[in-house]
Ligand binder design. Structure first.
Ligand code: AMP
Length: 406
């Protein structure tokens, strides 16, 4: 199958060419024909599968052949980083089709709010928004969505995890009933199904390799004591030819400490966490994308939706509390069918959590041996009890654990 099979407008094909997309990914091959047939859709797909273009392309195709008087599509996303990234894909794909878009997100200063307000007043074809900020603009009356034809919820599970359920329903109450709704989610817990039943009409279902890391990722694990972790990281970073490295820690205090320590060791790194101002976050990401900065240390704020090509190494300094966050973290490498390495450090306390990750992905991750200089790590002997989240997700809501046979 090629992109020519969808009968896209020639300007859209030019956009695809300029983005370097040659062949549709599996989610694109399945979703695009259904969306072009005006079906509602519920799609289970992670970032890294090409899900963004799978909904953008058919929506752009519809818009390119319709009048451009009103906002036609709204894409809701959980974070400003994801909203900006979707906007960048729209800009690339729609460059030749002359379709306009704006990313609307919270944070920043009054000037950004004003810029967003003005852009929406002037009229824009596609709005990509985080729910909170969109509600503020809707309340001020600046944005009218009464001609909306397409509603996309991207990373819907994340939005519900962040407590946006009511906000989403409130936003939707402003829309025409006759519309096409597309819901994308990495996981399908019961609250997503409830939402889908409320807002979708007779949806088609697509499920792309639920909870499986991309095939190009070489996964490795080190059993370590806490006091071996920093030495191991600097050994790995100094010994390997890694140009772009993401290091994940579950707590921002650990992120800050580790950043200070690595910088003292002469490693060029920056911290990325929720305490940073938006501008600081953007500066860090820009430096990383342009390869000026080789190492970012971040919390899970980094793990979803950050789309940087060519990340060669992801290190989990600790085991994420939720097994599915492991998939999101390591999914930052080996994007779009390239290859990469994902290394996880597991101390004695994290062994049980780690066993749930192996259950989820259904295979054993190769154990690596510490060098003699680092000494021996702990023996791996997890018990079968669940991780200490007590079955709750990070917001304290009941979490459904997906357990698979190893
Ligand atoms: P996503 O899952 O939407 O976050 O996309 C993951 C990455 O794959 C992004 O960097 C996209 O630009 C890229 N991508 C999406 N579709 C294609 C395609 N058909 N061919 C090559 N790269 C793609």
């Amino acid at each position: 199958m090629t992109f020519n099979d969808f009968n896209f407008d020639s300007q859209l094909l030019e956009g695809l060419q300029s983005m370097g997309y040659v062949k549709p990914t599996p989610i694109q091959a399945q979703a695009i024909p259904l969306i072009l047939q005006h079906k509602d859709l519920i799609a289970c797909a992670q970032t890294g599968t090409g899900k963004t273009a799978s909904y953008l392309l058919p929506v752009l195709q519809h818009i390119s052949i319709s009048d451009k008087k009103h906002t036609k599509a709204l894409i809701l996303a959980p974070t400003r980083e994801l909203a900006q990234q979707i906007d960048q894909q729209v800009e690339g794909l729609a460059y030749f089709a002359g379709i306009s878009s704006i990313a609307v997100y919270g944070g920043g200063d009054g000037m950004i709010y004003e810029q967003q307000r003005r852009a929406m007043m002037e009229g824009v074809d596609i709005v990509i928004a985080t729910p909170g900020r969109l509600i503020a603009h809707l309340a001020s009356g600046v944005i009218k969505l009464d001609h909306l034809q397409y509603l996309v919820l991207d990373e819907a599970d994340r939005m519900l995890d962040m407590g946006f359920y009511e906000d989403i329903l409130r936003i939707i109450s402003n829309f025409p009933k006759e519309r096409q709704t597309l819901l994308f989610s990495a996981t399908m817990p019961p609250n997503i199904r409830t939402l889908a039943n409320t807002i979708l009409k007779d949806p088609q279902h697509i499920n792309i390799a639920l909870s499986q890391p991309a095939a190009g990722i070489s996964q490795q694990v080190y059993m370590v004591y806490d006091n071996q972790k920093v030495k191991l990281i600097s050994t790995l970073l100094k010994g390997g030819d890694y140009k772009s490295v993401l290091i994940f820690c579950s707590r921002k205090e650990t992120v800050k400490d580790l950043n200070r320590t690595l910088r003292r060791e002469g490693i060029k790194s920056e911290a990325f966490h929720s305490d940073l101002e938006q501008e600081q976050r953007e500066t860090v990401l820009r430096a990383f994308k342009s390869r000026v900065l080789p190492v970012i240390i971040g919390t899970d704020v980094l793990s979803r939706g950050i789309d940087v090509e060519g990340i060669s190494l992801v290190i989990n300094f600790d085991v994420p509390p939720d097994p599915e966050d492991y998939i999101h973290r390591i999914g930052r490498t080996a994007r779009a069918e390239t290859t990469g390495t994902a290394i996880t450090f597991v101390n004695e306390k994290d062994q049980r959590r780690f066993s749930f990750i192996e259950n989820l992905i259904g295979k054993e991750i190769p154990r690596m041996t510490l060098t003699a200089e680092l000494g021996e790590g702990p023996v791996y002997s997890p018990t079968t009890r669940r991780p200490s989240t007590g079955g709750n997700n990070r917001n304290g809501k009941k979490k459904v654990w997906v357990k698979r046979k190893a």
